[in-house]
Write a protein that binds this ligand. Structure first.
Ligand SMILES: [Zn+2]
Length: 246
């Protein structure tokens, strides 16, 4: 049994913290954001996908947003996204906090909480009247609400605030109660994500990331191999061992 499997076996409450790297693995294979080849290396993109651009140039905003992100609604989950459900099926108390907007963590969830820090692509909302529609209705032109305002996707854009009450605080609470925090596919370089991890104050963290992070020293386990492989291996071991409750 792998070291990760041993840690998972001992924990009763396990929370997964997912970064962009969780969705770069096959068959999902989305581009990441902040690595050297990442999506945000494209400066025009970071300038376009802002709250400011949305209100000043909704057409330009939607052109870029639609082309890059709407296809992400159709991608397939990989073993990383499926790991929490497998662990939950073994009787563990599971939760997920994700930085990803592809919705795959929520799609794979089997009744456990999933907090999407940066929102998701399922819906768009009206900034004027609050009406919410499926992004299926945002595939052409400038998507407009019945009240006349331009619909805004329910993702956190550059210079948008996070949803503190509805998402950030409950996510922090969930992480605070975990016996083990499994961090997948993020270098934890960006606030407030890294704050959520720092607040663990010495309690167990497993880091599954391709590159080193500033938090490697405080982790009980660091894995550089693809997270899907590592998690699949650990889950299979726990499943054949019959789960093994703590
Ligand atoms: Zn409206």
């Amino acid at each position: 049994m792998s070291r990760l499997a041993e840690h998972l076996k001992q924990a009763r409450r396990v929370v997964f913290f997912m970064g962009a790297g969780a969705s770069t693995e096959p068959p999902t294979s989305l581009p990441d954001f902040r690595s050297s080849t990442g999506l945000w290396r494209n400066r025009t993109l970071t300038e376009t996908l802002t709250r400011g651009t949305f209100f000043e140039d909704p057409e330009g905003f939607w052109l870029a947003f639609r082309e890059i992100f709407l296809p992400w609604r159709k991608v397939e989950p990989n073993p990383v996204h499926r790991a929490p459900a497998r662990l939950s099926a073994l009787g563990k108390e599971v939760g997920v906090v994700t930085q990803n907007i592809d919705g795959l963590d929520a799609r794979c969830a089997t009744g456990y909480p999933v907090y999407e820090l940066h929102g998701h692509l399922r819906t768009a909302s009206c900034p004027e009247c609050g009406a919410r529609v499926s992004t299926d209705r945002c595939e052409t032109g400038i998507p407009t609400c019945e009240c006349g305002a331009v619909l805004k996707p329910d993702v956190v854009l550059f210079d948008d605030p996070l949803d503190f009450e509805g998402v950030f605080l409950p996510a922090r609470d969930l992480i605070g109660k975990a016996d083990l925090l499994v961090v997948v596919g993020t270098s934890l370089a960006v606030a407030p994500a890294n704050l959520l991890v720092l607040e663990r104050q010495g309690r167990p963290i497993a880091l599954l990331n391709r590159d080193p992070t500033p938090y490697d020293e405080m982790a009980v386990l660091v894995e550089r191999r693809p997270a899907g492989v590592v998690l699949d291996e650990a889950m299979s071991a726990l499943e054949s061992a019959g789960g093994g409750t703590a």
